[in-house]
Design a binder for this molecule. Structure first.
Ligand SMILES: *Cc1c(COP(=O)(O)O)cnc(C)c1O
Length: 401
């Protein structure tokens, strides 16, 4: 299994970001070249851009099962999350308490930690071994002064799905706003917001084959809203700043493509993931799937492997041109173990031994075959290296490089 220089890149990190769909690029290009008018200008030339934004809004609304005016375009998932939470706290007169989970993405966790430092009370709900939240515990955490509950739809590290529609109902009964970070759910599972009690939903284009730096916040039309970014009257006064026209067009096209794939069941992402997961469990001793007992999105496999450490595994896999991650891309380089896996198993050391493989529709069966050849050998090699002096695998592999 000597790595060859011309080995094809095998990108199995689609929860970190995805390849831009060439059809999306095609749709964006005219708005980077010809149609550069400011959508807010009055002449016909600018109307081209304005109409393209309207179309993107309709396409995204179709993916989400909501009304186009309920969509606010933003710079991505992070801004959408910050906006929803800030809006609830600035507007809600009920008080200053937030309920969230311990396994959220840092784009929810960090704003909540900041709020806690500034005197807002935050409840971080724990999860069980499979990554599930306890709904009775969630309900009990809601207080008279709670302004918002924010719980992700699908976890970026494990793919575990939270029953956000049920949680939204609980919140509605209690008269509390509900936000969901759906960055890993949008485009991967069917969503129909008009049947739900969800007030706010965040998504990001680059997680479903759209461009980076653009996303959206769904704001239910009956939900009071306070902008985070004040400026010109763009986005119907809900998000100031000249629109990122080409990127918004790309987001719309990516949403349309995702809708098609979802409705036609055309994607073989789930079958690739399932085949990979099954084969790894069969061929590698001491491998366990994190969140195996929970409902999960169809593209994610999070493993913990006995006798390895994630950073060394990533180094070796990179030499074979396999891209995957130890959890979230945001912490690469830091030695800190995954907060998600730690929350699922606080007493174990699975969090240091985690590897996440996330598939996308540009992956092929041949790539899955290649990964199934390489991954077991890499794990085996790491265990041999680690056996004499467990814990030193990182440095010995690094020097062998
Ligand atoms: C990637 C991700 C984000 C951040 O989205 P950006 O568009 O990169 O800001 C937020 N939440 C989850 C669950 C994610 O996976």
């Amino acid at each position: 299994m000597e790595p060859m220089a011309d080995d094809e890149l095998i990108y199995l990190d689609n929860n970190a970001t995805t390849q831009l769909d060439p059809v999306v690029v095609e749709e964006m290009l005219p708005f980077l070249t010809s149609y550069y008018g400011n959508p807010s200008s009055g002449y016909g030339f600018a109307a081209k851009a304005r109409k393209a934004i309207d179309l993107a809004r309709e396409r995204l609304a179709a993916l989400l099962g909501c009304e186009p005016p309920e969509i606010v375009f933003t710079s991505g998932g992070t801004e959408s999350n910050n906006t929803a939470i800030a809006s609830a706290l600035r507007f809600e007169l009920r008080g200053r308490h937030v309920v969230t989970s311990a396994v959220e993405h840092s784009a929810v966790l960090h704003p909540c930690q900041d709020l806690a430092k500034r005197g807002c009370e935050v409840t971080f709900l724990g999860v069980d071994r499979d990554g599930n939240v306890d709904l009775a515990e969630l309900e009990a955490a809601i207080r008279p002064e709670t302004a918002i509950v924010s719980v992700m739809w699908a976890n970026n590290e494990t793919g575990v799905l939270f029953p956000v529609e049920k949680i939204a109902e609980i919140c509605r009964e209690k008269g509390v706003l509900f936000h969901t970070d759906a960055v890993q759910a949008a485009g991967k599972i069917s969503i129909c917001l008009r049947d739900t009690a969800i007030n706010f939903l965040s998504l990001s284009a680059h997680k479903f084959h759209g461009p980076k730096g653009v996303g959206a916040l769904f704001v239910n039309r009956r939900t009071r809203f306070q902008p985070l970014v004040a400026g010109g009257g763009q986005e119907n006064g809900r998000r100031g700043g000249t629109e990122n026209v080409a990127s918004i067009v790309g987001l719309g096209k990516a949403a349309e493509r995702a809708s098609q794939y979802l409705s036609e069941g055309k994607t073989h992402v789930r079958s690739m993931r399932d085949r990979f997961e099954k084969a790894i469990l069969e061929t590698v001793n001491g491998a366990a799937v994190n969140g195996a007992g929970a409902a999960r999105i169809p593209n994610t496999s999070s493993f913990s492997f006995e006798g390895i450490e994630s950073p060394a595994a990533l180094l070796l896999l990179d030499r074979h041109r396999i891209c995957c991650s130890a959890g979230s891309a945001c912490r690469t380089g830091s030695e800190e173990a995954s907060h998600v896996l730690r929350a699922m198993d606080p007493s174990g050391d699975g969090a240091r031994r985690g590897l996440r493989f996330s598939f996308g529709r540009f992956n092929t069966d041949a790539q899955v075959d290649r990964a199934l050849e390489v991954v077991p050998k890499v794990i085996e090699k790491l265990r041999q290296v680690a056996a004499p002096a467990r814990g030193s695998a990182v440095s010995s592999v690094a020097t062998a490089r």
